[in-house]
Ligand binder design. Sequence first.
Ligand SMILES: Cc1ncc(C[n+]2csc(CCOP(=O)(O)OP(=O)(O)O)c2C)c(N)n1
Ligand code: SF4
Ligand SMILES: [Mg+2]
Length: 354
Amino acid sequence: MSTTTTPTPPPPAPAPKKQNRLGLELAVYRGSKTTLCAGCGHNAITERIIDAFFEMGVDQYNVAKFSGIGCSSKAPAYFLGQSHGFNGVHGRMPALATGAALANRTLLNIGVSGDGDTASIGMGQFIHLMRRNLPMIYIIENNGVYGLTKGQFSATADLGSKLKTGVVNDLPPIDTCALAIELGATFVARSFSGDKAQLAGIMKAAIAHNGLSMIDIISPCTTFNDHTGSTKSYGWMKDHEEPIHEVGFVPFFDDISVEYDEGTTTDVRMHDGSHLRLKKLDRGWDATNRVAALTALFESVGKDEVLTGVLYVNPDKPNFIDMLNLVDEPLWNLPLERTRPPKEVLDTVMEELR
Ligand SMILES: Cc1ncc(C[n+]2csc(CCOP(=O)(O)OP(=O)(O)O)c2C)c(N)n1
Ligand code: SF4
Ligand SMILES: [Mg+2]
């Protein structure tokens, strides 16, 4: 008796990988493999940065990444592997970023810092960066400890929170968001590394913003600060995160006529034509009102709640580079005759000083 064998059908062709508006795949936006601990919140933030730059279709060659020292400051090595990068001294990233932004105004700048790198050793530089409203994204990966040096309290640790050893923090925290709003940053947000949807919207809006975007992201340190008694742990954030609105974002290259209800949603037109859409929740937060944002942050102190979302946004204030009235071309590319005053001008200056 003859047997007939049915040929096995060929396996289905793999689904084509999604491409962005530059025709690039997500993988192109990755960097080196992370060396951080498994489960570290910083790794989740790296993923959100990769997603946001991919979805916005940013040209990596036009991006400069900056950082200081800490586990968090290692993160720029793990995203945008084809961008420029400068890993600086502890707490001194703002000065580096300021120099680079002035030398080449066409760059899109992103800095990653830690709560130690920013709120302890780097505080002097941080406050001047906020006050200058330099066009850059400044991310604080906030775990309440110095992870890299084995978990000492940082200046953002909450009053009464505990180390694994039982040591209690008896100093009040510095609220980097309240400081940034007061000092002049024009896009200030707080989020949680575990809140994928919210962080995605915030990150894309920060890319679209033409000024200082300060994003403080609670980012649990699984090795030194993820236990009961910590207020920067996954468990605490799961129970105490209080989103102030739903964050939506419509990039300029998508159809912006998407319907929304003006009564419940604030629409903020960003510099590049994108739209940030903040759907009000119970609090009725007005993210364009600086004083109200500060008041709400002060009122939340001691209430065991972490307010997350875009706390404040002002897309219209001139940034540091606009204020300096620089020429349109990058300074690094100007010929000597356009950067050095001619001899006659110098002679006149010398004459005046006689
Ligand atoms: C001038 C200087 N002082 C102190 C140190 C030691 N040090 C290295 S990283 C760090 C703190 C890092 O904490 P954070 O910025 O919160 O980053 P994390 O590791 O928690 O992500 C300190 C104090 C240093 N490297 N350089
Ligand atoms: S020590 Fe903490 S902050 Fe550093 S990589 Fe490990 S989990 Fe992350
Ligand atoms: Mg830290």
